[in-house]
Design a protein around this ligand. Structure first.
Ligand code: HEC
Length: 177
């Protein structure tokens, strides 16, 4: 896959997000609320709107492409859910996850915020794929690695090699699984 291709879907992702946010707003703030309306909407879902700051940053900056739960469906956007942690057993893999263009060039400019989002991605979305001894990303690591964004025609080959080496390292970790 040519690396440039991935950015072609940005407008679509943004459009989906804008629609989704619009739908949520439209639902949460009805234009004409009758005075007899109960204070809790009958179809309200408990806890559905209580996202942490990090989760809402993920939803706005990453969720349009990767899905709000890390499930991107049958597209060329990789699944994060129960999958992304497979890269995290080597330093090279940890760096890879920060250097992919969607992360390194993210509009989330604050390194600590991006580290928090990556730790949410690995620990929560990565689920069973993330090694038990996963060391959370620090702002310093994010700062250093995002300065070297990955690109180029060999991206998928590089990804495959990074993944292979990490999976081998994961398998050598005695406390895994
Ligand atoms: C425009 C859509 C888009 C956005 C926005 C986006 N990504 Fe991605 N992401 C991709 C695509 C496509 C890939 C595959 C690599 C490539 O071609 O860039 C990818 C790869 C990744 C990977 C590597 C996974 C793997 O299996 O190789 C991670 C981790 C990741 N993204 C996390 C994020 C996070 C976190 C954000 C928000 C800060 C984000 N992405 C924003 C589309 C996106």
């Amino acid at each position: 896959m040519p690396a440039g291709l991935s950015w072609n879907i940005l407008p679509a992702c943004v459009a989906v997000l804008v629609l989704a946010v619009g739908a949520v707003r439209a639902h949460a703030v009805p234009d004409a609320m009758p005075s007899t309306m109960p204070s809790v909407m009958p179809d309200a879902v408990a806890g559905a709107t209580t996202l942490s700051h990090t989760q809402s940053v993920y939803v706005s900056h990453c969720g349009g492409c990767h899905g709000i739960e890390g499930i991107s469906g049958p597209t060329f956007v990789p699944m994060l859910r129960n999958s992304v942690g497979s890269f995290a057993c080597t330093e090279e893999g940890r760096a890879y996850l920060v250097r992919v263009p969607g992360v390194s060039m993210s509009l989330i400019r604050d390194d600590q915020t991006l580290a928090d989002v990556m730790n949410f991605v690995l620990v929560t979305l990565g689920g069973t794929s993330t090694p038990p001894g996963f060391r959370p990303y620090t702002a310093a690591e994010v700062h250093a690695w995002r300065a070297h964004p990955l690109s180029g025609p060999d991206f998928m080959a590089l990804r495959a090699h990074v993944l292979e080496r990490s999976l081998a390292a994961c398998a050598r970790q005695p406390d895994r699984g």
